[in-house]
Design a protein around this ligand. Sequence first.
Ligand SMILES: *[C@@H]1O[C@H](CO)[C@@H](O)[C@H](O)[C@H]1NC(C)=O
Ligand SMILES: *[C@@H]1O[C@H](CO)[C@@H](O)[C@H](O)[C@H]1NC(C)=O
Ligand SMILES: *[C@@H]1O[C@H](CO)[C@@H](O)[C@H](O)[C@H]1NC(C)=O
Ligand SMILES: *[C@@H]1O[C@H](CO)[C@@H](O)[C@H](O)[C@H]1NC(C)=O
Ligand SMILES: *[C@@H]1O[C@H](CO)[C@@H](O)[C@H](O)[C@H]1NC(C)=O
Length: 443
Amino acid sequence: MLVHAVLAATLTILVTRVQAQAQQATFNWESLAPSDNLTWVECFSNKQCTRLNVPLNYSDPSAGTAVLAVIRTPSALNGTAAYGGPLLLNPGGPGGSGVDLIVSAGDMMAASIPEFDLVSFDPRGVGVSTPKISFFNTDIERAVYDFGVNAVDTVLNPDPVARQWAQNQVLGQLVKDRDNGFLAHVSTDNIARDMLHMVELHGDTKLQYWGISYGTVIGATFSAMFPDRVGRVIIDGVLDMEGYYNADWSQEGLDSDKTLQTFFDGCNQAGPAACAFYASSPQKIAQNLNDLYNAVDVQPVPAYSPSSNKYGTVDRATLRNALLSSMYTPYQSFSMLAQGLADLSKGNGSTIFQLSTDSVSEPAIAVACTDAVKITDKPDQLRPYAQWTSKISSFSSITAGVKIFCSGWQINPDHFRGPISGNTSFPLLVIGNTADPVTPLAA
Ligand SMILES: *[C@@H]1O[C@H](CO)[C@@H](O)[C@H](O)[C@H]1NC(C)=O
Ligand SMILES: *[C@@H]1O[C@H](CO)[C@@H](O)[C@H](O)[C@H]1NC(C)=O
Ligand SMILES: *[C@@H]1O[C@H](CO)[C@@H](O)[C@H](O)[C@H]1NC(C)=O
Ligand SMILES: *[C@@H]1O[C@H](CO)[C@@H](O)[C@H](O)[C@H]1NC(C)=O
Ligand SMILES: *[C@@H]1O[C@H](CO)[C@@H](O)[C@H](O)[C@H]1NC(C)=O
């Protein structure tokens, strides 16, 4: 339902994207003094906010603190027998903002689960928490550095893996030189400790939590580290945990092509009036998409959308990004996708370009690579890995990019990376979708 992923260049980040509610007022977080407890003040509309000091290293108070932005939609049933206390939420990522989740979807979620105070937060380094993870000193420097949205595309680069590897050696060195010691503390085990800290500050002993997508890594990690602190925990849209902690996201693509198939089937069933990319059979639609891929290889299509300030060209990588991005929210996106594909076959790339996502999330890279074991693979090992993963689905080379991204990463502290197992004080509720584009049922 809520699951949405955003593709960040070759790094896939998995983050809930909800339909934007009416634009909410902004809130000046800096006006809130950081505190050692949860000191709530009114913020946004019907929300409460606080900034919480947390130790960077729970074993070493001298290592300093980070400040988490924490937000909640208070339960309307507080004071009644139905009141269930705080429910912590994480929308995914790594790098996803829990503050954005509550601001944009807190009211909608409260309508379904009014029993709980819906509590979320921007994890260390993310969003409006401080310090903020950022590799570059200025936006211009960031733009000049070629993160390489298309760097793994074989059409554009004869040896994309080797190119990407070299690029990531540079990034890894730059990040290490600029880091002041903060990045060693952004790993998911510390996010789990922050959640336990928040549980205790609420005066509770056990966690109530709903984590989606990468939020399942947080939930499962918490449950493995603190099995006797598991109250009610939902992990929803589950990642392959072992793969995650080894920077191997290859299995995330297992069901992607099933999701794409639902587009072919649904478009055919909807008929030409409702689906602009309609053809007489699902196979024919698949063939038409394949023809479109081949056509943009030969002639990338200009996309000029002055109304949304988006300019660029639609090539194979952009087209594939638009497809995968749409597959996270099929009910909202598939008719627009169909229109975009129909337009593209007539030479108008503006809708497909708008559907494609190409932003790079520095927090996502930092958390995913710091979480993982050190990747020492060289192009000679990464090349066959990329080839092997590209056979898992037509989207898998994107997720396989995580390992290549992490191959230059130099922040590799010792920390909890599993095993993800244990006897939890309550069973976890595990939710999976039979055709999810990035969190396959098998996980
Ligand atoms: C919360 O912390 C602030 C300072 O960080 C302190 O002034 C206040 O008394 C604390 N409140 C409680 C309930 O402990
Ligand atoms: C945290 O502190 C402990 C105890 O001093 C130390 O062993 C550990 O290396 C520190 N962790 C990090 C990531 O610096
Ligand atoms: C719930 O009600 C109690 C008692 O009035 C109050 O102290 C507490 O702050 C309320 N919790 C929330 C989340 O509003
Ligand atoms: C391309 O398609 C979009 C969306 O349908 C439309 O707004 C735009 O005018 C078209 N551009 C051209 C050059 O036809
Ligand atoms: C979990 O608990 C069950 C029942 O108490 C026990 O048989 C089992 O050995 C425990 N497993 C672990 C991994 O501790």
